[in-house]
Design a protein around this ligand. Structure first.
Ligand SMILES: [Zn+2]
Length: 115
């Protein structure tokens, strides 16, 4: 059973990352913030503030029921998946108009630890 957070509790979650998505780091307004369970409830994570981080809709949707490390692995596979499945991506790489970024993902909350 997922508990309903009060406005003050949601505010606390948002403050954990200073108003940013814990994953991609985009700016979040209170009303657009989604509360991510770092360890998903389905995997035994606690429904407590310590297990919650603010997330944008997109990150929350993609992370879904993955752990942080599973989400990272999933994201890091994107270039390989595109290379396999997308002809425009393959051509873009060949002509140097698409450049691959950092192969290792560091999430916003990992660079921005609470003081
Ligand atoms: Zn995000």
């Amino acid at each position: 059973m997922r508990r309903k957070l009060s406005k003050a509790e949601r505010e606390q979650v948002l403050k954990k990352c200073d108003g940013h998505c814990a994953y991609c780091g985009c700016s979040l307004e209170h009303e657009h913030m989604q509360v991510d369970h770092v360890i998903p409830l389905r995997k035994g994570g606690a429904d407590e503030l310590e297990n919650m981080l603010p997330a944008c809709k997109s990150c929350n949707w993609y992370k879904s029921t993955m752990t942080v490390d599973q989400f990272r692995a999933y994201l890091e596979q994107i270039p390989a998946r595109l290379m396999r499945d997308s002809i425009p991506y393959q051509v873009g790489m060949r002509f140097g108009i698409i450049k691959q970024g950092e192969p290792q993902i560091k999430f916003y909350f990992e660079n921005h630890k609470e003081e």
